[in-house]
Design a protein around this ligand. Structure first.
Ligand SMILES: [Cu+2]
Length: 104
């Protein structure tokens, strides 16, 4: 698992921004840690084909077109561990393409 700790990037602010890539069959990073109350901005780029990004707890389901960065913004207004996953079928490893958003 690859872990991105955003806190260090934003000592001062409540804006948590990070970039993420999607490909067969993983998101990188696939664990994202933020603080409750943060305004989160994820910039996700699909590298090898179209994918999707679904974070159900925050009502997010975005299509990721190959090579085109997609911005996903939300406020982390609930604490917990929330799974995210690919929402476009992309091959036999599709179901394993998962990650976690940890809001502390
Ligand atoms: Cu997929």
């Amino acid at each position: 698992m690859k872990l991105a700790t955003l806190a260090c990037l934003l000592a001062s602010a409540a804006l948590a921004q990070t970039s993420m890539t999607a490909k067969k069959y993983e998101f990188e990073p696939n664990v994202i840690k933020i603080k409750k109350g943060d305004q989160v901005k994820l910039v996700i780029t699909a590298l090898d084909r179209d994918h999707g990004f679904k974070l159900e707890a925050f009502h997010i389901d975005k299509k990721l077109e190959k090579g085109k960065p997609v911005e996903v913004e939300f406020t982390a207004d609930q604490a917990g561990t929330f799974p995210f996953q690919c929402s476009r079928f992309c091959g036999k490893g599709h179901r394993k393409r998962k990650g976690e958003l940890i809001v502390e």
